[in-house]
Every structure is written in C-alpha cells, then in structure tokens.
Design a protein around this ligand. Structure first.
Ligand code: LFR
Length: 510
C-alpha cells in the first residue's frame, strides 16, 4: 500500500520530541502493516520562574520545533506535520498578531482561589452543565479570570492554545483545535461551540476565542521563511491539525483491539500527569460525576474522554530534582525504583497519601511536602528517598484504583483490562502496582502513544484508509509490543484505601 511519512511534534512539560512517523497499510492478505516512529529530535522543557510568574519559554519551543522539522526533512520527503502538547496553556496575540508576553504555566500560583471566586458568580454545577469540565484550578477559563484587568488581556485580540500558537508561527493560520479547546472551560460541550454567554458572565472577552477547527483539518503550508529554515520547497509541507491535546492523541493510540470485545476502553495515560478514564460516546454530566472530579473532554471523532486528572509522575520527577539539587547520593531513578521494589528497603503500603493534594501541584520540594501530608494524616513519615518513592508509587496506584472504580460506576461500564500508555509504561513497578490495586489486568504500551495518535490522524488526513478509531487501534496493536500485568493478590489495597478515605479527600474546588 501507499506509504506516508509525517513529522509528529509532541510537547510535554519536561521534554519535547519531534518524531518521524511512517505509515503503510497492508495491501491485501499476507501484506504487512507499518506504523513506525523514529525520534529525530528531543529537547528538555521546563517552566521558567521570572519575577512573580511561572512561564513557558515558548520561543525556545518554536525554535526546537523548527530544528526538529529540519532534521526530519533531511531524512526524506515529508508529507505533513502535526503538533500536540499539554492542554489549557495559551498565548495572547495583539491586533498585529504579535505575542503579548510569555504564556503562563498552569502551575503558576495566580489562579489560587480563582475557581472558588468564579463559583460565586456561576455555580459549579451550572459551569459543569455547560462545559462538562472538572473544576481544576488551572483551567484556561480560571487563568483568564485571573488575568482580568491586566494590560495583556486588555490588548488581546486572539487567544491561541499552545499547539495552535506553534501552528500559527509555522503557517500564519489562526484557529482552535477542538479536543484542546474542550479543556478551556469555555467550550459548550452540548452545542460544540464556544460558550460565549458563560464568558460574558465572567467578564471575559469572548471575541478573542478563534474559530474552531477539527482534527484532520489542514492549517496551511509552511510560511515561506519557515520553509526556507526547514529546507523544504515553498508550499510543500502542509501542517495538519491533529487531536492536539496530548491526552486526546494518546487515547487515539490506545491499542484496544481484540482484548476489549465489549468495546469499553479504559485507559491510563501516564506521564507528568496521570489521566485515567473511559472513552464514551456521550458526556456524563451528573452531579456524582462532578463531585467525584471527573471531566468530559473532547476526543477524536466526537468521542468523550471521561477521565480524572491524577497528580502523576510529576511528584516523582520533582522529588528527583530536589534530591539532585541537594546532592543526595543514590537518587537516580533506576536505583530508587530498584529500592522501592525491595520490601526489605521499603515496606509496601507503609505510607499512603492523597497524591491529589493541591500542595503537590506547584514545583518545589516534594519529599518535604509528602512528609507534611503524611504526618497530618497520621501516616508514617518516609525516612529515606527509597521510602518516599515507594510511598508515591503506592499512593498513585491507590488513586488509580479509586478513579477506575468510580469511572466504571459513574459511566456504568465494565472494561476487561486497563490500558496504560505513555512514558509511565516504562515504570514496570508502577504498572504491576496498578494492576494489583485496580484488580484488573494492565496492558502496557505504547510509550509514545501521543506521538502515534498524532501520526495516525495525519495519516488519515493524507488519505490512508483509517476510517475510525478501531482501525487506528488495530494498527497500533498489530505493530507494537505490549506487556500484560496480571493483578497479584497479597497486599490489602482495600484497607489502604480506607486509611486514605479516613484522612479526607480534597477533590472539589468551589
Ligand atoms: C497532560 C495534560 C492533561 C492536562 C494537563 C494540563 O499532559 O495535557 O491532560 O490536564 O496536561 O494541561
């Protein structure tokens, strides 16, 4: 069959990647399918503290994207480019199309207390009925409310979410890709349009919200000066809107084919954040779903990502950063994970904490914060880095257990396995603990799900026969090796869950 070669830009909070994806479908029986990824450029990413704020270095991201495209184009003809990244964060353009300041990180403290303040104007239940979104403090809508009265917001003509901003610098085209727009809090989930009335009630300038675009839409070709930098002919390389929210792209590549005959797709997208939930055809907008902290975000082809944010491997990566800065020996990840798997060095389920405690959201000294949270809850305070790591992994697995059980209950579904995708699949201890805690087999892989989902949507836009999610997922399942973890008995997860429940569980804002 025909082969396409595309560049997938996948930006995460700790690193960005430009991958070349090659896709070809078997032409008839006996033919071979191809879905391959080659990493051509990887670069570190981190929020930058400057003055009072926590910002993204978005020009550096643009430079690395262009550099990655150059490297990708050197290796052979490219048919298209697509960009995905984390959600909610955005830049503001002035009337000349120039960026107004540096985009804030969603971990910036300016949104502290904003959700509660907004709740006094538009009640949380009413917001949820419109946008279906969990009231996380960093939702774009709360970031904008925090920015009311600032010079930047007052001069803003256009708001662009990060992948759309980078796409704008590549093509000059302005728009808001739908899956990512669904994380702003300003998309009306039933109407599929911007919630302009909600924006007005919050005194937000809804006219800055650009026209919506669908995954698969073509933004345009690279601008002449970008094409020259990348080394491709003018007009030669189209930029395609993918499911530009990284989690939406990752869900596209969940290899749920064959093992889920009932069609209930449960997934954990495991990276800086952990996103655990179900793919549904329609949102669950019940009061139960709202108070349990579930969100209804937009997926490919009108699907709903009914999921909950769990704090994720962020807590681990920030702990490592803290130990490294302090020069604590033996705190590289492999050493710590080996220690955490050894019951002689870290007793399983010894310390469990609410990993979603809002104190763990901003950057900083996680080991101290975990110690404080444990002490407050009457849990043993971890004494060594290995014990801290074990506590984090046990606590994550417990949060997955609670979230999966709640998702299944709230949506009335019955998944046979939990698919784990993303970088977190490389953490074999966490995969096993997840299976144990959830009492469900875990199927782990692929690690680069977001990039694969990005590639698949581009391949379809270029005309490959990938009509629906089943076709895309079947291709992933046939071309990628997956690891299966059976739940082991032995640890009393229910008792640990009881301990946590007793300590109270702050989920809700407002
Ligand atoms: C994961 C993710 C989550 C979103 C968080 C903030 O990378 O996109 O889905 O809630 O980052 O944008």
């Amino acid at each position: 069959g025909r082969e396409v070669r595309v560049a997938a830009v996948d930006l995460g909070a700790t690193s960005g990647r430009v991958m070349v994806g090659t896709v070809a479908l078997a032409a008839g029986p006996g033919g071979v399918d191809r879905l391959e990824l080659e990493e051509v450029h990887r670069f570190p990413n981190a929020a930058v503290r400057a003055g009072d704020g926590l910002f993204w270095d978005v020009l550096a991201l643009h430079r690395e994207v262009v550099r990655g495209l150059l490297l990708a184009a050197r290796g052979g003809r490219l048919d298209a480019v697509g960009i995905d990244s984390w959600a909610v964060d955005h830049g503001l353009l002035d009337r000349d199309g120039l960026l107004l300041g540096n985009p804030f990180s969603h971990r910036d403290k300016r949104t502290d207390g904003v959700a509660a303040q907004v709740a006094t104007v538009v009640g949380p239940a009413e917001q949820y009925a419109v946008n279906g979104l969990a009231a996380l403090p960093f939702n774009t809508v709360y970031q904008l409310v925090a920015a009311r009265g600032t010079a930047a917001l007052e001069s803003a003509e256009t708001l662009l979410l990060l992948p759309d901003l980078l796409g704008y610098w590549l093509t000059g085209a302005v728009g808001a890709e739908r899956t990512n727009a669904s994380t702003t809090g300003l998309l009306d989930i039933a109407a599929g349009e911007w919630a302009t009335a909600l924006a007005s009630r919050l005194d937000l300038p809804w006219s800055i919200l650009p026209p919506l675009r669908e995954p698969g839409d073509v933004l345009g070709a690279l601008l002449p000066e970008v094409a020259a930098e990348v080394g491709v002919p003018e007009g030669g390389l189209p930029v395609v809107a993918v499911a530009s929210h990284d989690t939406a792209s990752a869900v596209v590549a969940v290899p749920a084919a064959g093992d889920d005959p009932g069609g209930d797709v449960a997934y954990l997208s495991s990276g800086t954040w952990s996103l655990l939930g179900l793919e549904l055809d329609a949102p669950v907008l019940t009061e139960d779903a709202r108070t349990a902290g579930f969100t209804n975000e937009g997926g490919l082809d009108g699907t709903v990502r009914f999921l909950r944010n769990v704090m994720g491997l962020w807590v681990l990566s920030e702990s490592l950063r803290t130990w490294e800065a302090a020069g604590v020996p033996g705190t590289d990840l492999p050493t710590l994970l080996a220690g955490a798997a050894d019951p002689a060095r870290a007793t399983p389920l010894h310390t469990v904490v609410d990993i979603d405690d809002p104190r763990l959201l901003p950057p900083g000294d996680m080991p101290s914060r975990i110690a404080a949270i444990a002490a407050e809850a009457g849990e043993p305070v971890p004494g060594t880095p290995v014990e801290v790591v074990r506590a984090v992994l046990d606590s994550l697995a417990l949060a997955y257990r609670r979230t999966l059980h709640e998702a299944v209950r709230l949506a009335g579904r019955d998944p046979a396995v939990l698919h784990v995708v993303g970088g977190g699949t490389r953490n074999t201890l966490l995969c096993q603990l997840t299976a144990d805690a959830c009492g469900l087999p875990v199927v782990a892989g692929p690690a680069e799900a977001a990039a694969l989902g990005n590639v698949l949507v581009q391949a379809r836009a270029l005309g490959l026969d990938l009509p629906d999610r089943a076709a895309m997922r079947g291709l992933v399942a046939r071309t990628h090796e997956l690891l299966r973890y059976e739940p082991a008995a032995g640890l009393d997860w229910a008792a640990a869950a009881e301990r946590l429940a007793g300590a109270g569980r702050p989920v809700e804002v407002g």
